[in-house]
Write a protein that binds this ligand. Sequence first.
Ligand SMILES: Nc1ncnc2c1ncn2[C@@H]1O[C@H](COP(=O)(O)OP(=O)(O)OP(=O)(O)O)[C@@H](O)[C@H]1O
Ligand SMILES: [Mg+2]
Length: 402
Amino acid sequence: MPLETIEIPREVQDAKMRFGIIGNAPTLVEAVKRAIKVSPIDLSVLITGESGSGKEFFPKIIHAYSSRKHQKYIAVNCGAIPEGTIDSELFGHVQGAFTGATSARKGYFEEADGGTIFLDEVGELPLPTQARLLRVLESGEFLKVGSSTVSKTNVRIVAATNVNMEKAVAEGKFREDLYYRLSTVQITIPPLRNRGKDISLLARKFARDFQDKNRTAPISFDDAATRAIEAYRWPGNVRQIKNIVDQIALFHAGETITEATLAKYLPHLPSYVPTVAKETSHSYESEREMLFGMLVRMQQEITSLREQIGNMSASDSTAISKKSWHNPTGFDEYINFDNDADENQGREIIDTIATPTTLEASERETIRLSLERNNGNRKNAAKELKISERTLYRKIREYNLD
Ligand SMILES: Nc1ncnc2c1ncn2[C@@H]1O[C@H](COP(=O)(O)OP(=O)(O)OP(=O)(O)O)[C@@H](O)[C@H]1O
Ligand SMILES: [Mg+2]
């Protein structure tokens, strides 16, 4: 059935309006319908879907349409909490439970008693925390860190993940019993590339939002650009299209956007593919693709900088002498020493040019620079890098960038 003629139930329309969800693709409508249906029944729900596909609307719908709607709704990003403190954050601790526990602390499960907890990036939970979570799910019981007294809570759990949970189970990273318990009801959010006309609908909506907010002249997309938008793979899903449209609305205010203009903003990503693209339930790949695009651009900038520095040293060979060595970060660093007999004598004055020698080293450097540019603000850095905050946290840990 063509997307335009699909019948959308009244309650789905209402939920879409209330939460600002754009799109009429049958798979998206089905997801909203399932969330509304399951909301009054106290089952745990697992929301799956690629990064940026819009998972975060769904636990809110489930809470808002349930009898718990007047109680607390707490969203926890499991990937953003360090392993050492996650048990205490979720379940609380008693005074003296560990060094620094000077007073008792309530955990989210106690705070949310009677309400709903949204466990985002649930695939990131460490195994000992998974055991505690299973117990809460089965009996409502938990132990605060450092306590042997059983506490009770009545919490509805909605979890979300963009990792392939079956693979995580097969690899021993996620408990199978917990996975089945969490996914009593599963809601799958479709990737943007499979949503047909919704894609250009979202592009127009984000352009309008940008114009209204920033009072810029409106843009429009010509037919070829619209087709290109709808055929594009959008590995970063809705988050990515919003980001691209914001840029276009800013730099091309008042213009009719053509395919050629669009191509400037999607340069290093794989080119257009048929809409029914190969499904991938694992988003690291798409994030890696985006990071790779950024790295290519960064590499080009470095090459051009090196050329400029090369020209400088050729024209003023006494001012700069170069020394290089390989360091453990995987970068060949070129540190220039100022040989002038002024107050800077002997001081290292330029340490800017680093040539990444491996993809990992480049990725590490891209992330480091982005964190630096955003004054350590991880949310903004993740946005800039077009990856989820969880992925950024994981990479910060992986590369020791804390
Ligand atoms: N159908 C939609 N209509 C309007 N905005 C949307 C839609 N889907 C997603 N968005 C917006 O796209 C952005 C990304 O969505 P969201 O944060 O829910 O992604 P996610 O699936 O949780 O991704 P991740 O796994 O990376 O956390 C948000 O700003 C959200 O409001
Ligand atoms: Mg999310």
